[in-house]
Ligand binder design. Structure first.
Ligand code: NIG
Ligand code: FE
Length: 415
């Protein structure tokens, strides 16, 4: 199937092959072509350019034409951090927080991650798959074209495997690119209540080999945080992951800065995610590293915690990616459009910076920037076609509206 899109008001994020990530002041630029055309061949972007230089229409072979007059076309969002597979919801904890309890207090009472783990252990693989599929289809409609999904609500070998097998089935069902991350070290389960180190050993000796054997994970994660897992635990997990070729993508600096960023960088982690609390040493550790910092502003919105200091990160000449953190406890939303808006509204990022962070830099955080995250010949044709809007700045500006008309995944119009 060859689809020709014509009269595109503006084609965004046009990059030369080989652009893997954008850092510092370069994030303020969003290369584009006004009044453009683009040709999709099978699942790839074959060619594009300005309407003035488009070959005569009868010289182009195509099966379907989309007239995008007044519409903007951009690469699909890449959501590099989600916990989209979960059982049930936690709206009661949401009400508890409204009534004055903190997120930490709820977790201490057995709520939080352990509450979700209990629900997930009691849920069949079939139900879990069906619930998760609904969420995945929802975010595809919202323009997400590649996504990471973590385990971490199982906390037993059986339940962690169940989550990752569901992820594998989702991969088979949908053309959306899915990367999976093993997050056994999300919380200490009741069985190991006073033996955190024993649980880490259990993860390394029991869970990890089984997951690796079934080839169920691309990355490894740990919640490096006071009251959860320490720096030493983080090192052990990252070392163990390395033996199976799993790079780190870690939860760090959400509530406290305990030095996890430096540890993650020293272990060549692919990304460090959250960073709501960031110290000078953390910024220094990120300089001259290949590790992508990832901000999750919809988590800050929902929990009422600080926003990741994006300006400080970018103004220190670092790159930054954006993701949703979709999960039942801290971010019950997988909407990347909202994330892009929040980045502008609450983190002082310009629309150009936010779009770079949600496309090419987000693709880097999943090792997908050779194939996703920009309009480049030969890349996968994952595209958002907006409704008729005045300019791309309207996307983050009109934060409550759905500005998407169509999404194309792997060269096919999906919804
Ligand atoms: O990324 N911080 C750790 N994990 C999740 C939330 C977990 C939960 O509350 O269920 C997060 O925010
Ligand atoms: Fe998370």
């Amino acid at each position: 199937m060859r689809i020709l899109i014509t009269h595109i008001q503006e084609l965004l994020q046009v990059r030369p092959k080989g652009t893997l990530k954008i850092a510092g002041s370069a994030m303020k630029k969003l290369p584009s072509i006004k009044n453009a055309w683009l040709l999709i061949n099978q699942d790839k972007i074959e060619d594009f350019g300005s309407m003035e230089t488009m070959p005569e229409i009868d010289e182009i072979e195509y099966d379907k034409e989309i007239d995008a007059t007044g519409q903007i076309v951009l690469p699909s969002w890449v959501d590099s951090h989600t916990h989209l597979i979960y059982a049930g919801n936690r709206e009661q904890e949401f009400v508890d927080r409204i009534n004055g309890l903190t997120y930490e207090e709820i977790a201490e009472k057995g709520g939080g991650i352990l509450n979700s783990a209990k629900k997930l252990q009691e849920t069949s693989e079939e139900t879990l798959y069906n619930e998760s599929l609904k969420r995945l289809e929802e975010v595809i409609k919202l323009g997400t074209g590649a996504i990471e999904i973590k385990s971490g609500y199982g906390l037993t070998t059986e339940a962690e495997l169940k989550m990752l097998r569901v992820a594998k089935r989702l991969k088979e069902k949908h053309p959306i690119e899915i990367k999976t991350t093993f997050l056994g070290a999300h919380a200490v389960p009741p069985k190991f209540k006073n033996d955190r180190t024993g649980y880490i050993s259990h993860i390394i000796e029991e869970m990890l080999p089984k997951i690796a054997e079934e080839n169920l994970a691309d990355y490894i994660d740990i919640f490096c945080e006071k009251g959860y897992f320490s720096l030493e635990d983080t090192e052990r997990i990252l070392e163990a992951g390395k033996k199976y070729g799993l790079k780190g993508k870690i939860h760090v600096n959400q509530f406290n800065a305990i030095g996890g960023i430096k540890t993650a960088v020293e272990h060549q982690s692919l990304s460090v995610d959250h960073l709501e609390v960031l110290e000078k040493e953390d910024i220094e550790a990120l300089k001259n590293s290949d590790t992508m910092p990832v901000a999750l502003p919809s988590c800050s919105l929902f929990l009422g915690i600080p926003y990741t200091p994006a300006r400080e990160i970018i103004d220190n000449n670092l790159p930054l990616a954006l993701a949703t953190d979709y999960n039942p406890g801290s971010t019950p939303s997988g909407n990347m459009n909202l994330v892009v808006s929040l980045a502008c509204i609450k983190m002082n990022m310009t629309p150009e910076e936010a779009i770079n962070a949600a496309t090419i830099n987000a693709a880097y955080a999943l090792e997908l920037s050779e194939t996703h995250g920009s309009i480049t010949k030969g890349k996968i044709a994952n595209l958002i076609i907006t409704k008729q809007i005045p300019s791309y700045g309207f996307l983050p500006y009109a934060f409550g509206s759905n500005n998407i008309d169509q999404v194309i995944l792997g060269g096919k119009t999906i919804f």
